[in-house]
Design a protein. Structure first.
Length: 279
């Protein structure tokens, strides 16, 4: 069954995947980017091509979300799957089914800081990034003929995954809490996963501490500098790689965001931001 690691883009999904991959897929808690391959993205081109889906036909791709999840859903096995998609139902084609889902870990981030991170990652203006959050966006690398991912709006993405709360399969992680109390939040994540699996939670303390040490921001920057990072994008003007781990954990919209953009985001997402304590 699947444990979904869901989020709007640029909200901390990579950090969660780094923590989990180092804890569950390494011997001693040391981290490297290769470990992230143990946590697949959904949807992803290679998976649909493997099962003969015409990835250029978006309707066919969406129709095959459930059949492909059925194929890869291994009995008595748990898989982490990353997604930036909202939990949609397009023409009676759902994104996933409850029977395939063991649980959901949803990562949310202050949308004002999402704008900053998205602008850096995609080499676009704050205005354009704010528009994406408010009006919705699609993710697709046309040069790689990737499958389209549908994050929707920031609020729509957040609200859609809350449906799993009613069946006690949902954990909400605020990026800001994770940065401030990484040891506490990561411990709670591990306990949540073991509860989903209905097994006793016995923490490997040495491994746990190694994971925390090896996934700090400075270490991630060092790894990217030495080895590059496949998820970084090219600058639209220069063609050079934009550093993925660039802005840092303490970056704040208060220092960088225009008042007009701040007000626009706060007005649009007032309800959700109050719910999350961002306002």
């Amino acid at each position: 069954m699947f444990i979904w690691l869901a989020s709007y883009p640029k909200s901390g999904n990579t950090l969660i995947r780094s923590l989990l991959s180092a804890y569950f897929f390494s011997k001693n808690g040391n981290f490297n980017f290769e470990l992230l391959k143990n946590i697949k993205q959904f949807p992803i081109k290679e998976l649909f091509l493997k099962y003969g889906v015409d990835i250029k036909n978006e309707k066919e791709v969406i129709r095959n979300y459930i059949p492909i999840q059925k194929f890869i859903n291994i009995k008595n096995s748990i898989q982490f799957l990353k997604t930036h998609s909202y939990l949609f139902n397009i023409e009676n084609n759902p994104f996933t089914k409850l029977e395939y889902t063991l649980g959901v870990i949803y990562i949310v981030r202050d949308p004002r800081n999402v704008v900053l991170s998205s602008s850096n990652h995609s080499s676009q203006s704050h205005e354009k990034s704010a528009e994406d959050l408010i009006k919705g966006r699609e993710l697709r690398d046309k040069d790689k003929e990737d499958i389209t991912v549908y994050p929707g709006t920031w609020a729509g993405n957040f609200n859609s995954w809350k449906s799993f709360k009613t069946v006690n399969k949902y954990m909400l992680i605020k990026y800001e809490d994770l940065i401030r109390e990484k040891d506490k939040i990561f411990y709670e994540i591990l306990r949540f996963i073991h509860n989903l699996k209905n097994v006793e939670f016995v923490l490997d303390k040495k491994k746990f501490n190694n994971v925390l040490e090896n996934t700090n921001f400075d270490q991630m920057q060092k790894l990217e500098s030495e080895n590059g990072f496949v998820e970084s994008m090219n600058d639209k003007k220069t063609g050079n790689k934009v550093k993925f781990f660039n802005l840092g954990e303490k970056t704040s919209w208060k220092n960088s965001l225009k008042t007009s953009i701040k007000n626009q985001i706060e007005n649009e997402f007032k309800k959700e931001m109050k719910e999350l304590g961002y306002l």
